[in-house]
Design a protein around this ligand. Sequence first.
Ligand SMILES: Cc1cc2nc3c(=O)[nH]c(=O)nc-3n(C[C@H](O)[C@H](O)[C@H](O)COP(=O)(O)OP(=O)(O)OC[C@H]3O[C@@H](n4cnc5c(N)ncnc54)[C@H](O)[C@@H]3O)c2cc1C
Length: 470
Amino acid sequence: MTYSTDARSLGTYDVVVCGGGPTGVCAAIAAAEEGRRVLLVEGMGQLGGIGTSGLVSHWLGGRDTHPTRWVVGGLFRRLSVSAASKGIALLPEPEPDGSYSPHGWTKRGSLVGGVAFEPFEMALHLEEAAVEAGVDLLYFTRVVDAVTDGSRIANVILHNKSGFLAVSASVFVDATGDADVAEYAGCPTQLGREEDRLMTPVTLQVHMDGIDEAALKAYIDEHDAFRFLDEIEEWTRSGEWPFIYNRFISVKMPGVGTFMVNTPRITGVDGTDGAAVTNGMIQGRKEIFMLRDFMRTHIPGCEKARVKAVGSSLGVRETRRIRGEFHLSVNDVIDGTAFEDAIAYSCYGWDLPDPNKPSYQPMSEKFKAPRHTPIPYRVMIPQKVDNLICSGRIISVERDVLGPLRVMGPCMGMGEAAGVAAAFVASGNAETFGKVDTESLRARLRERGVILEGHDTEMRRSPEAGVAER
Ligand SMILES: Cc1cc2nc3c(=O)[nH]c(=O)nc-3n(C[C@H](O)[C@H](O)[C@H](O)COP(=O)(O)OP(=O)(O)OC[C@H]3O[C@@H](n4cnc5c(N)ncnc54)[C@H](O)[C@@H]3O)c2cc1C
């Protein structure tokens, strides 16, 4: 690329992490805690990715629906518990009688395992954790190219207000959510569905406040109104429901009467296409205010609902995945295949809505939800480039496997493992990511409090876990 020759050099790091979402933050903190010099490059002005900039303020897949059982340990648990102890996050428990609780859901679909949080304070919480670990941060900076030398990335090209910049490193972590670095470096990737490259719908996320929690709860309990499915059917028949999706999803946030309303869905948006993302924002904003108006007149307890905040980035659920040496299949997940190189587990179901029918979940119609899905180390290793590791929702999996693995708890687990592996390679412990001794990696992860047994079977009461178990 022409701009690589003009780019001002930022010098050399041991590890450069590209993207500061849930997986990138954990990769950067872990690599720095392992003694490496780390730069974290983030396109937005804060850490947390979809969880903060996208306002999806709810880490799923790291806690079981049994609220004292952690499936993802290590940094995910540390950051969740410390956030809860500061009042930034909720670690919900079910109502004793199993009724609907605004903190979670009912027996018919529990969200009890989620960690809901206040997004703006969470950005601070993550930033403080990264700075304390010694990570150098560079905000409002996008990775725009990767310059390779044989089978290695020599440096990545960045762009921000200073112009084009180049930074070299021993190793790189692609945590962009879109496999941007892998794509720039020439690694094989797959965009969306194999047959037509269509992707699951996107959402511009909204937080609403002014909601009367007691009135909402009373209605849901009295009418068994899980996701308002029956009501929406009725409103569709009467012509009152103007949307293409047919369920109302809301998640209680820490503030009184405040909910993340994860309801609108937009089809046909390619999150790697600048014009499509812009259209997604325009359509998403329109839908949010239409939905608010609908809620005020139709959803009990929402008469005074107010838009508190709208995501500053579009909520894109799916774009590129790398094609690694190992590809995790749907059959592996269904069969519960165990992997000797598992570096984290997920505890979540088949959640990847159909690209054309935004409320339809093809996999959960056919298969029971997996309980704990192991994530093999090898799914993070791309083909062709030796000093790159890819974590988060871009890993090498058959598309439907994204359902259980794309949520943020497991992404944070992968990030921590990628960061420790990056420290191994950068310190000369292994020549390439493909040659990392996974037994040593797993041993180090265990020492860091990572859970490698599917869940915390002994229900250990570590001092920091006390907050969760109150
Ligand atoms: C609408 C919606 C609802 C969801 N609901 C939930 C939920 O309730 N709970 C849950 O756990 N998960 C949920 N998910 C899934 C989850 O949010 C994502 O799969 C997860 O955030 C992926 O993590 P990541 O770190 O791989 O990517 P991201 O969170 O997307 O983070 C990537 C980061 O990299 C930055 N970046 C991207 N490209 C570049 C570049 N070229 N240069 C520099 N920086 C770059 C971005 O700004 C971003 O900060 C939802 C997703 C969506 C979209």
